[in-house]
Design a protein around this ligand. Structure first.
Ligand code: IMP
Ligand code: MG
Length: 183
């Protein structure tokens, strides 16, 4: 029996342990490595959405085997305030690597209403990448307001507020090595 970790904030309960996360990230990395194994000469960019996707992006990048793997980040403001999604996300920091002709995977922490990813897909498609896919660690399908494609998904979750592994509540909790939900 593995001893169950307690969340350091007693108002949260652990949903995915560091081991659950590690295993799923490795599976996703393996899947991506397989899918792009025929395109080793074309750069493959993992484009992390700041700030929530940073731990996931770092772990995922080390699980993907590709000789032309590049990493970049893009900033999108998704939340106007607290825990309500903004319907008009804005780019707050742009990627530095030109995406034209490259294989791009947008790496997100969580897809909620879908507005952030939908906006990003529109903006990034215009840059003519060779391909553009979406990899999200979590998805809350019951909260979706716009249908968005998810090519690689860690876990589907219920409509619960989650924190940890990059996900925050007003910037807090991003450093938790597990993902916990608000009780
Ligand atoms: P969307 O545009 O509604 O899909 O919002 C996606 C973004 O909302 C994610 O990148 C997160 O930053 C944030 N978000 C959505 N649900 C949660 C949550 O449960 N905890 C923390 N952040 C969340
Ligand atoms: Mg985010």
């Amino acid at each position: 029996m593995v001893e169950r970790l307690e969340a350091e904030d007693p108002t949260f309960e652990i949903l995915f342990t560091p081991e659950d996360i590690k295993q799923r990230v490795e599976e996703l990395g393996y899947q991506i490595s397989e899918d792009y194994s025929g395109e080793k000469d074309t750069p493959l960019i993992l484009l992390g959405v700041l700030k929530g996707a940073t731990p996931f992006l770092v772990d995922l990048s080390r699980s993907v085997q590709h000789p032309n793997l590049l990493i970049d980040y893009i900033g999108v403001s998704s939340y106007g305030s607290e825990t309500t999604s903004s319907r008009e996300p804005q780019i707050t920091m742009d990627a530095r690597i030109p995406l034209k002709g490259k294989n791009v995977i947008i790496v997100e922490d969580i897809i909620d209403t879908g507005y952030s990813i939908d906006t990003l897909l529109d903006i990034l498609k215009a840059r003519k990448p060779n391909s553009l896919k979406v990899c999200a660690f979590l998805s809350k399908p019951s909260k979706r307001e716009i249908n968005v494609p998810i090519d690689y998904l860690g876990f589907e979750i219920e409509d619960k507020w989650v924190q940890g592994y990059g996900l925050d509540t007003n910037e807090k909790g991003r450093n938790w090595p597990y993902i916990a939900f608000k009780k």
